[in-house]
Write a protein that binds this ligand. Structure first.
Ligand code: SF4
Ligand code: SF4
Length: 164
């Protein structure tokens, strides 16, 4: 997996123009069964992919933390929400709370998440490939294919399956 992750930014760069064209067409005319197809592609890919051998999302990007995430996780780690923010988070350019640093402080050396059951919603949903109306997040997906090997494979399979 290490080699796959290391090669991913370059592979994603090579596909960038093709992906941009594909998503522009997809946005104009999404197939009627897109939600079903994405569910299928997502499930198939994550049956093959073991995130515990990767954790590249936790190592390189990290999620946005909503207020509900902050309340829930702060309670879990027995901190007051403000103390949790001061310890782990910062505001980004868009005024969203994000990690102060990556790799995420909650990621173990074994790639397990120490707050898995209460992890941020964005972690739960990453890489968002089973999201409804997937064509609406193409900008985010084009970034994610350089981070997440599963997202990369899902987009490649999508292009094969949707002949546009
Ligand atoms: S979601 Fe993607 S980047 Fe994150 S651990 Fe799984 S395969 Fe790796
Ligand atoms: S909270 Fe857990 S799942 Fe989310 S980035 Fe940190 S280690 Fe990964």
């Amino acid at each position: 997996m290490e080699k796959i992750v290391a090669e991913l930014p370059l592979k994603a760069k090579e596909k960038a123009t093709e992906n941009k064209k594909f998503f522009a067409k997809l946005k104009k005319k999404p197939p009627k069964n897109l939600d079903y197809l994405m569910q299928e592609l997502h499930e198939d890919e994550f049956e093959r992919t073991d995130c515990l051998t990767c954790a590249n999302c936790c190592k390189t990007t990290g999620p946005l933390f909503t207020n509900a995430d902050i309340e829930r996780i702060a309670k879990h780690v027995r901190l007051k929400p403000q103390k949790f923010i001061d310890t782990y988070l910062r505001l980004d350019e868009e005024n969203d709370y994000v990690l102060q640093q990556v790799p995420c402080a909650f990621l173990g050396t074994d790639n397990f998440c120490s707050i898995y059951d209460v992890r941020p919603k964005a972690c739960k949903e990453f890489p968002h490939t089973d999201r409804k109306k997937f064509q609406q997040i193409s900008h985010l997906t084009m970034k994610n294919v350089a981070i997440c090997p599963a997202a990369f494979n899902i987009v490649e399979e999508m292009k094969k399956r949707i002949g546009i």
